[in-house]
Design a protein around this ligand. Structure first.
Ligand SMILES: NC(=O)c1ccc[n+]([C@@H]2O[C@H](COP(=O)([O-])OP(=O)(O)OC[C@H]3O[C@@H](n4cnc5c(N)ncnc54)[C@H](O)[C@@H]3O)[C@@H](O)[C@H]2O)c1
Length: 256
């Protein structure tokens, strides 16, 4: 995945932890100017962000809403990857419109994962129509991960329930008896330092189809955030990562 070369594109980084530093590193490698680094809420000022085209936020749920509202009121577009809070969509939409600027939030900036989710949706629809197929999912993450199943496994399970309607609910735990045919089994394994692997399996009497997405590093999250930052420059309103992916529809239609 590459980043488009845009002359004189300047970003500000809000939150200077692991992800903020990764965004800085990927920006540097792609000749994007990091105009400002805002490591804490006290440091956010109009002067500091004045010359930034877009601000990228990877901070903390306890401060992100205030930082974002302030940045939008400075008429700066914001791309936020901070998790653990639920954006107030009407409030942020209003603020973006009022200040003629834009806001985009995503809990997972791996663009590959979102494309994979779309492939899963399309495959589920076709195979559901064809008939004779069952479906299940599996995810693997490192043994320090605090949540199980992963948020991405939940996203995939939602996709499958929507596009493979013979499955009515998801079973994330072990089935100690025969599984209900309406249940989608989505299991988890925790091992070593695996960054994140998700697999969806469709199985029929004749064959098995396996679709896998395997994340390797944090670079993908930073790349995704930077691509979204380039995309929202000049836009007005509230956006999600799906809006960005859907904007690539034209190129996808050529491929299909
Ligand atoms: N959307 C994605 O794709 C994605 C990917 C990775 C991480 N994340 C999320 O991004 C956020 C940051 O992740 P990280 O790994 O860089 O975390 P981190 O703990 O390494 O860094 C967080 C940074 O936020 C800032 N911060 C934290 N508390 C603050 C406070 N009270 N006041 C002001 N600033 C504060 C600091 O600069 C800190 O260094 C988390 O919410 C994480 O879950 C999202």
């Amino acid at each position: 995945m590459s980043i488009e070369k845009i002359n004189d594109f300047r970003i500000g980084i809000i939150g200077y932890g692991k992800m903020g530093k990764m965004v800085q590193q990927i920006a540097f490698a792609n000749e994007i100017t990091v105009q400002s680094i805002i490591p804490s809420i006290e440091k956010l000022s109009h002067n500091l962000v004045e010359n930034c085209d877009v601000l990228i936020d990877f901070s903390h749920a306890s401060v992100a809403p205030r930082l974002i509202e302030q940045a939008l009121s400075f008429q700066k577009p914001v791309v936020s990857g901070t998790t653990g809070w639920k954006p107030d969509v009407p409030l942020l939409t209003d603020l973006a419109l009022k200040n003629k600027t834009a806001f985009l939030h995503a809990t997972n900036f791996s663009l590959g994962f979102h494309i994979y989710n779309k492939l899963v949706a399309q495959s589920a629809e076709w195979l559901n129509k064809l008939g004779g197929y069952d479906v299940a999912g599996h995810e693997i993450h490192h043994n320090q991960k605090v949540d199980s199943p992963s948020g991405s496994a939940k996203t995939l399970a939602e996709t499958l329930l929507k596009h493979f309607p013979q499955k009515k609910q998801t079973l994330y735990d072990t089935s100690y008896s025969q599984i209900d045919q309406n249940e989608l089994h989505f299991s988890s394994t925790r091992i070593g330092s695996t960054v994140g692997t998700h697999t969806v399996m469709f199985d029929s009497f004749c064959d098995t189809i396996e679709l896998t997405h395997r994340a390797r590093t944090r670079d993908g999250f930073a790349l995704g955030a930077l691509k979204c930052a380039q995309w929202i420059k000049g836009k007005v309103g509230y956006f999600t990562i799906d809006d960005f992916i859907d904007s690539m529809k034209e190129c996808c239609e050529v491929v299909s």
